[in-house]
Design a protein around this ligand. Structure first.
Ligand SMILES: Nc1nc2c(c(=O)[nH]1)N[C@H]1C(S)=C(S)[C@@H](COP(=O)(O)OP(=O)(O)OC[C@H]3O[C@@H](n4cnc5c(N)ncnc54)[C@H](O)[C@@H]3O)O[C@H]1N2
Ligand code: MOO
Length: 527
């Protein structure tokens, strides 16, 4: 045991080094052309130009009469927005009735609003030269650059882009994140019985991922054990060293052997897999899974994938939820009439959980074939060195390159960052919830920001309150800002989110700190 701890201590990176390495490990995602609605939240890969002038022609800014020359004017026609323009130029002494936004006829000198006009087939009134006509390009000239590369596609930017004639925007896509929550003792609803604990990490990750600029695309529960983790993670990488029998754990339960699938042999080793390596066309097992899901019986035609019959992205998103059996379903499956027993999970529960290793994998495979891919996988728990902590071993089996293995930080010491063959990053968070948050702020947030090409804002502050520095490790201390400096809120034990929930930021207290200003890292407070 001493040896294990010693090795861990030697390998642990300093907190600033781990954060920097995480940011550097994240390659900005290549630009993609996305329809406006899907580009929301992404950053523009290049400048946004006006494809058309705004307004596109000389138009009326008021409902009234476009007039030429001196009053009174003879009304010679009517133009409505969206209707046909008036065919001729106006001669002095002529007017056309006109709607706001409709093109004014050539020769129009101004628009007389209805409220200022008198008369019927002839109108009279006082005008100001050029008034109430919006000239072509007056708001935005055709070809003008209205926003620079890197601007976030907010809802307003989407509206502006539409007004400028864009249907598709070239953006840095939002990184997709899959979450795997491990732990036989972890329950995701209700009151945890003896020996069980409510999942406190799964519920904070979607909001944190969103806030950091990522998009959660799947969320799955896994039982403890190397095999389910291997099965689920292998969806992201062709395993170079397949386990002897990765299905052994799952299929050893009666009646649960997965149906054999044609063409499920692993990708040959040696060929450097790319993100495109996960396209169904190149991955026979993925093709098979997609076929299975789309209800196809016969082999797909050339030029796979057949999109018809496949569930849309939104439907796929539901699969992990469907894969997680609701409480009622568990009760029925285990033959119980009365409410489920409190306490440790039954064999039946565990069997269902084991199914989820496969479910999660199938869902992930289907998703990666859907065109999105998954850039980051977050594994909660299993990152330490106990008998149920298999992440390190499974990453080794999958040929992952481990970038960070332990960080000299309290809490959150046992955190991991690795790159799977094919490029997907894996972030391992400790099981203790505050430790998981601290680790997510150290590795996951910089990774997601880096993938979006977003810079890092740095804030520093004095600490107004007693804080004890750690001898060797950085401490992350939940604080509230105040005029006097950042005030520690307490309640910061690794197993509890109480302090972090009270706080606005985490103060980064370096080892041996002696009272100087400290960095604050912003927490997603939603304010
Ligand atoms: N021999 C060593 N033991 C431990 C070390 C170490 O370095 N050497 N580090 C300790 C620290 S620090 C932490 S943090 C934990 C991290 O352990 P794991 O990541 O392997 O997580 P688990 O063992 O599965 O769980 C730890 C703890 O957290 C609870 N848990 C797990 N998942 C959740 C969840 N989703 N929501 C709420 N709580 C969760 C779990 O029940 C345990 O109580 O390792 C120490 N041990
Ligand atoms: O990561 Mo652990 O204590 O630091 O919870």
């Amino acid at each position: 045991m001493t040896v294990v701890r010693h090795e861990a201590a030697v390998r642990a990176l300093s907190w600033p080094a781990a954060r920097d390495l995480a940011a550097r490990s994240a390659r900005p995602l290549p630009p993609a052309d996305l329809p406006l609605s899907r580009a929301l939240g992404c950053r523009l890969a290049g400048p946004l130009r006006a494809l058309v002038a705004v307004p596109g022609s000389d138009v009326s800014a008021m409902d009234g009469y476009a007039v030429a020359g001196a009053p009174p004017w003879r009304v010679v026609g009517r133009v409505l927005a969206g209707g046909l323009p008036y065919g001729d130029a106006l001669w002095p002494g002529e007017a056309v009735e006109i709607a706001t936004g409709a093109p004014v006829p050539p020769g129009s000198e101004s628009v007389l609003p209805y409220e200022r006009a008198s008369g019927g087939s002839w109108v009279d009134g006082r005008i100001e030269a050029g008034r109430h006509i919006r000239r072509r390009g007056e708001d935005i000239a055709e070809g003008a650059v209205v926003l620079g590369a890197g601007a976030v596609v907010t809802p307003v930017v989407a509206g502006l882009a539409a007004a400028l004639g864009h249907d598709i925007l070239t953006v840095r896509p939002v990184p997709s994140v899959a979450v795997l929550v491990t732990g036989d003792e972890v329950v995701d609803h209700g009151l945890p019985g003896p020996g069980r604990v409510r999942d406190a990490i799964g519920p904070f990750l979607p909001g944190l991922i969103d806030w950091a600029g990522g998009r959660l695309t799947s969320h799955s529960r896994l039982p403890d054990g190397a095999a389910p983790l291997h099965t689920a993670l292998s969806a992201f990488a062709p395993p170079p060293h397949p386990r002897q029998n990765p299905q052994e754990h799952l299929s050893s339960r009666p009646g649960e052997n997965p149906p054999p699938r044609e063409g499920s042999s692993p990708e040959p080793r040696g060929e450097e897999p790319s993100r495109e390596g996960f396209s169904p066309g190149k991955n026979p097992q993925l093709r098979e899974d997609l076929r299975f899901r789309s209800g196809e019986k016969s082999p797909p035609p050339e030029g796979f994938p057949p999109r018809e019959g496949l569930p849309p992205r939104e439907d796929l998103r539901l699969f992990p939820d469907e894969g997680r059996p609701p409480r009622e379903d568990l009760r029925v499956r285990s033959g119980e009439e009365s409410p489920p027993r409190e306490g440790l999970p039954s064999c039946e529960d565990l069997r269902v959980l084991a199914d989820e290793g496969r479910e999660a994998r199938e869902d992930l495979l289907a998703r990666s074939g859907e065109g999105g891919g998954v850039e980051v996988v977050v594994v909660c728990g299993a990152s330490s060195r106990g008998p149920a902590d298999h992440l390190r071993g499974v990453l080794g089996e999958l040929g992952a390159e481990v970038l960070v293995d332990g960080v000299a930080v309290r809490p959150g010491h046992p955190q991991l960052l690795a790159r799977l063959p094919g490029g997907t990053l894996v972030v391992g968070l400790p099981g203790n919830p505050f430790a998981a948050l601290a680790a997510a702020m150290t590795l996951l947030v910089p990774v997601l920001r880096g993938m979006r090409g977003a810079g890092v804002r740095r804030e520093s502050s004095a600490l107004a309150g007693a804080v004890r520095a750690h001898e060797r490790d950085t401490r992350l201390v939940p604080v509230l800002r105040s005029g006097r400096g950042a005030i520690p809120v307490g309640h910061d034990r690794p197993g509890s989110l109480w302090g972090a929930a009270l706080a606005e930021a985490l103060a980064v207290v370096p080892p041996g700190w002696s009272g100087e200003q400290v960095e604050l890292i912003e927490l997603p407070t939603g304010g």
